[in-house]
Design a protein around this ligand. Structure first.
Ligand SMILES: *Cc1c(COP(=O)(O)O)cnc(C)c1O
Length: 401
């Protein structure tokens, strides 16, 4: 079995081979056929490669070949965004009358699918504490069809015991899907732990350069064929050029991830005992409440950490505005460090009560470490924390209304 770095460079070698060393971009909406037979065959080829780009495109198939081999799954497919991957899969796998279990700590878009979209389609949902496998068991009903998992979760870096939940689900004939965006297949392979379908916001680490919105799904061909049938109807098709950029990003994922992991770990250790910081949420810290489970299923802990400032909302604003390298942005997984203050971002969208109910502390800053030099990021973050402490939160809050 070749290693991940080799897979990332060679897994698509036989998918639309040509003598061009870099893959050509198939910037076309449609493909022509020699005769009626070839035309009909292309139309029914699952995640097809040469019929009509909404059905599939060689650049999609090349990305899928790499993702499937990295994730240790039989098949993979691409979508126009991470949310397109999730929504298309859920629409394909559940029907009115079914029940879906999700996590309380989960990406905002996923929470919205659970809370706002599924109930309108007659699907009931339960959200549970992901750290407690017994909570999943209690939530099961005879109508439960699907469990949506995310580990580590966004933005609190909570951990789910993926093998325990997969075993539970299989014992009850329930499907599992795991959002592997924060870990990537380099740090964690949910399929090896028994998860049925793995999905990603490929916008983040898989592409890695903050220049593409994309999603991927990976799993058994039989399930992906079902999802592909619905993808033809939802039409969230990734453009060929974006697929080509994603393939280019994937080539270097195994080179980028170790730096993200090292930067995340170093920042977490440097800030964990700083007096301006109440606590650092990072699964690679032995003090993380789920560190043992994280260490058993992950080989690295990623570049994202939650820094909870002791001074609450104002201190978080003060700290974030003093960071030099990480700029304020909601994304993550690119080569550049980015940071966001979730409570400030949600102020316009959610009530104070809803923010509190989400379990995200008002003083939390989510820092997504890029691939800059570790020493530079650590010095920058420590200087911002020192200054936050020295100036006092109130003075700073008035300087940054
Ligand atoms: C960004 C993100 C998504 C959504 O992906 P898009 O590509 O923005 O649609 C889903 N899950 C997690 C964990 C994310 O960080």
């Amino acid at each position: 079995m070749p290693g991940s770095s080799t897979v990332a460079v060679h897994a698509d070698r036989d998918v639309h081979p040509s003598h061009a060393v870099a893959r050509p971009i198939y910037q076309t909406a449609a493909f022509w056929a020699e005769d009626a037979e070839q035309f009909a065959g292309a139309a029914v080829d699952p995640r097809g490669q040469a019929f009509y780009t909404r059905y599939g495109n060689p650049n999609h198939a090349q990305v899928a070949a790499v993702v499937a081999e990295l994730e240790h799954t039989e098949a993979a497919m691409v979508t126009a965004s991470g949310m397109a991957a999730l929504t298309t899969a859920v629409l394909a796998l559940v029907s009115a009358g079914d029940h879906v279990i999700g996590q309380k700590s989960t990406y905002g878009g996923t929470a919205s699918v659970l809370l706002n979209l599924l109930p309108r389609w007659g699907v009931s949902i339960t959200q549970v504490d992901q750290a407690d496998p017994a909570a999943f068991e209690r939530a099961l009903t005879p109508k439960t069809r699907l469990i949506l998992l995310e580990s580590p979760s966004n933005p609190l870096l909570q951990i789910t015991d993926l093998r325990a939940i997969a075993d539970l689900a299989h014992a009850h004939g329930v499907l599992t899907m795991a959002d592997n965006t924060f870990a990537t297949p380099l740090n964690q392979r949910p399929a090896d732990l028994g998860i049925d379908v793995v999905w990603h916001s490929a916008t983040k680490y898989l592409n890695g350069h903050s220049d593409v919105s994309a999603g991927v799904l990976a799993g058994p061909a039989q399930i992906l064929d079902q999802i592909w049938d619905v993808a033809l109807l939802t039409g969230a098709t990734l453009g060929p050029f974006d697929a080509w950029l994603l393939l280019r990003g994937l080539r270097t994922l195994p080179l980028r991830l170790p730096r993200h992991n090292a930067n995340g770990q170093a920042l977490a250790e440097a800030l964990n005992h700083h007096p301006a910081v109440a606590r650092v949420h990072y699964p690679g810290l032995p003090s993380h409440p789920h560190h043992t489970v994280a260490a058993s299923q992950m080989s690295g802990f990623g570049g994202v950490l939650g820094i909870e400032l002791a001074g609450g909302f104002d201190a978080a604003e003060a700290f974030l505005s003093r960071l030099h390298y990480p700029r304020r942005s909601a994304s993550l997984g690119g080569v550049e460090s980015l940071a966001v203050h979730p409570a400030a971002m949600w102020r316009g969208m959610l009530s104070e009560d809803q923010i509190t109910a989400s379990g995200v502390p008002a003083g939390l800053v989510r820092l997504a470490a890029g691939t800059e030099d570790t020493a530079d990021l650590v010095a920058d973050a420590l200087a911002a924390a020192d200054a936050t402490l020295a100036t006092g939160d109130t003075a700073l809050a008035s300087a940054h209304p």
